[in-house]
Design a protein around this ligand. Sequence first.
Ligand SMILES: [Fe+2]
Length: 476
Amino acid sequence: MGLLGLSSFSRASSSSMVAYVILVLGLVLNGALPCNGGQTSLFVRKVEKTIDMPLDSDVFRVPPGYNAPQQVHITQGDHVGKGVIVSWVTVDEPGSSKVLYWSENGKQKKQAEGKFTTYRFFNYTSGYIHHCTIRNLEFNTKYYYVVGIGHTERTFWFLTPPEVGPDVPYTFGLIGDLGQSFDSNRTLTHYELNPQKGQAVLFVGDLSYADNYPNHDNVRWDTWGRFVERSVAYQPWIWTAGNHEIDFAPEIGETKPFKPYSKRYHVPYKASGSTAPFWYSIKRASAYIIVLSSYSAYGKYTPQYKWLEDELPKVNRSETPWLIVLMHSPWYNSYNYHYMEGETMRVMYEPWFVQYKVDVVFAGHVHAYERSERVSNVAYNIVNGKCIPVKDQSAPVYITIGDGGNLEGLATNMTEPQPAYSAYREASFGHAIFDIKNRTHAYYSWHRNQDGYAVEADTMWFFNRHWHQLDDSTSS
Ligand SMILES: [Fe+2]
């Protein structure tokens, strides 16, 4: 309310004026001070249903030329960052699965041979999906690469990460639940134009939302691939599977989940001793990144449980100080959407996260933003009643970044009062940046789409849990 509102109060009784002042003060203080838990943003937005960009949108344009490679994307191709998996789709004929590549300063062009695959799903038949792993690259080097050899050639480039080491700075982008709506396009543009310049994206699941269409219309997997190519052809996106990747369709005999996702998005899971592409790890610069699957079995004795149990002791914080976990369904989430869906996995794995001092857990799924305090809830044993999360400096910060754009709209309905573990929450679309400075410090920022590209709507200095385990909470 502005001056016009105040002038109308000049005729009101003094008691209602006092009530008005108290109301305004209350609103201001509610936004400025932590109340119950942390802060619930008062940022005002017009909540509209998100809609997908139409099929003839320019971001979905098919590249010109006979059998031109499309949906080009890269991800890390080995455990340490000397490998890259290059993937693309051709539609007229298989063509070559070869990748030609050379370093910026090198004279010699090299080539790697890949393979292609196709699949059918309902009445959809895919194009020829190529995957080619390039290995033994130099660290910290710009490489050019060409796909579509023999037909329409397209050239792209990427930078390999610096050699793994404890004080290597590196900047990760964070995007989740992206989809292909108009909001998705805004999120990707904001990420690209963020002056902090992310070098690789940690993607926390829910890619195309094709399964929201009749017969899971897989044409929407193709459009999504063309939409994000402008980023993911040039820097690796580290993939996490979300619920929209499950594509469970027993009515057409598809009894195994994740078919279109598995065909299209390869990850280097074997390099970390994993037996399935839905949980794996990589090292990149000074970070050790563990990707988990909320939608694969994770109970005791399951392959994912056994793998994680063996994996966590392997993390050498003297080599990779920053231990980051990605998953789709958040463990700490105070929105009334997907509430407690991550609870069973939390019960299984949270004691390990505290024991091994995970720095931060990024999740998606809830279409909003939330950052937790460092809390744990590991004392409960059914009979002792200790079921409230408590502050714990060995625990990770939990960040929900499922605010990419999706197709289903924002999650605006929150649990009230805000729980004590919730440091900041806001129902806006956006992305985040995790900027590692050295072994002790990382600067984290969240950027909402409505702001200018450099604006930080929520920030935090992370102190490394192994090297600098001081209280880094923003509300104390
Ligand atoms: Fe989801």
